[in-house]
Design a protein around this ligand. Structure first.
Ligand code: COS
Length: 379
């Protein structure tokens, strides 16, 4: 077993780290406050080869492995998780094409996504179907060589800015999993309207919206896989995108530790830096230990994804453990900063707000435990 990164991976890590330190982190508080979408920074991530990384080289992409994607994601998230979520949403939206696109679809659409800076969004959740994917209601009705889509998606990252949506619909809601079908929908198709941007607690730089589909005619040539395969395409996508979520959470937590360490060495109480007190040292030690464990679980799950086969259990281990860790570590960081930590003068309250979303999106941590338990029951 070799835990060392190779030279290519170290170079990628360095590129992402420098970008996060020099361009993302300095802008993070401003975009958190304004809630604007940082298009230029997201574009820059693409120019550096740090976005849409799942597009294989054969189709003009950078073709990073899941392990490599996790390495860069941790670095980017150290700078700002809201921006990193926007970057990652491209891979989430592209993954169904990578997994289920025909050769002709990949040749056309992955090459299209690689050729220029594009934004992609994954449209799965609905107002009444978040955890229960098979309960989705957005209807697809066949009409000649088109499908007609009607319904509403919500919590769509990149929703207001995407050029392409990957959309999951049902041919018949009574058939649950068996009726789900996936499509690629260019965002300028007539009948697609974007709702207002959600005013979120954290990760405020990411653009999260409701998207309405009103008699949207999608050519049958844009269907991914066969009718009825959509549910499994969505599940296989999430198996592959949950390790990077573990990495994103690890980046948030690592930033919280870095900030806490620096502050604890400076801040004095009873005449001494608080880093000298065991009560604070134990908090810092627990942070460091759990961050290391998050990284290891994340990289292990990514390695399993790269080997092929189903990595559901390990992806859920990583997503659940790393995001719960990020919540705990960022809450403890606010504690180390005391009253200062509770103000916007210092960076840790943002980290705590940002971390909360990690326990909710890409499958709540209750759903991750359900996936793990079901895998255990299989024996
Ligand atoms: N890979 C491939 N196939 C899978 C799979 C996976 N990871 N998970 C389930 N399946 C298959 C099952 O094997 C089953 O196949 P058969 O019908 O051929 O037997 C089918 O899909 C139905 O699976 P299951 O019965 O487990 O489905 P449930 O409705 O019970 O739902 C959960 C499973 C809850 C795990 C799923 O709905 C889920 O992941 N929800 C959270 C969604 C989410 O993450 N949303 C976030 C929004 S996206 S940012």
């Amino acid at each position: 077993m070799d835990f060392a990164l190779n030279d290519d991976q170290l170079a990628l890590q360095e590129t992402a780290r420098r970008f996060a330190q020099n361009e993302i982190a300095p802008a993070a508080a401003g975009f958190d406050q304004s809630g604007e979408f940082p298009r230029d920074i997201i574009r820059r991530s693409w120019e550096l080869g740090l976005a849409s990384t799942c597009i294989p080289q054969d189709h003009g992409g950078v073709g990073l492995s899941s392990v490599e994607s996790c390495i860069i994601t941790e670095e980017l998230a150290w700078g700002c998780s809201g921006m990193t979520t926007s970057i990652m949403a491209n891979d989430l939206g592209l993954m169904p094409i990578v997994i289920a696109g025909s050769e002709a679809q990949k040749k056309e659409w992955l090459a299209w996504a690689a050729a220029e800076f594009r934004l992609i969004a994954f449209c799965l959740s609905e107002p009444n179907a978040g955890s229960d994917v098979a309960g989705l209601q957005l209807r697809a009705e066949k009409d000649g060589d088109h499908y007609v889509l009607n319904g509403t998606k919500c919590w769509i990252t990149n929703g207001g800015v995407a050029d392409l949506y990957t959309v999951f619909a049902t041919l018949d809601p009574t058939t649950r999993h068996n009726g789900v079908v996936a499509f690629m929908c260019p965002s300028d198709l007539p009948g697609i309207t974007k709702g207002k941007k959600e005013d979120k607690m954290g990760q405020r730089a990411s653009d999260t919206r409701v998207i309405h589909f009103d008699n949207v005619r999608v050519p049958a040539a844009l269907r991914l896989g066969q009718e009825g395969e959509g549910f499994k395409i969505a599940m296989r996508t999430l198996d592959r995108t949950r390790p990077p979520i573990g990495a994103l959470a690890t980046g948030i937590a690592r930033r919280a530790l870095d900030e806490s360490l620096a502050y604890a060495k400076e801040r004095k109480a009873f005449g001494f830096p608080i880093a000298g007190f065991q009560a604070v040292q134990f908090i810092l030690a627990d942070m460091a230990k759990d961050i290391e464990a998050s990284r290891l679980l994340t990289l292990q799950s990514a390695w399993m994804v790269d080997r092929g086969g189903r990595a559901s259990k390990h992806s859920s281990f990583a997503k659940c453990f790393a995001t719960d860790t990020a919540m705990r570590v960022t809450t403890d960081a606010v504690q180390v900063f005391g009253g200062n930590g509770y103000t916007k003068e210092y960076p840790v309250e943002k980290l705590m707000r940002d971390a909360k979303l990690m326990q909710i999106y890409e499958g709540t941590n209750q759903i991750q435990r359900l996936v793990i338990a079901r895998e255990l029951m299989k024996g």
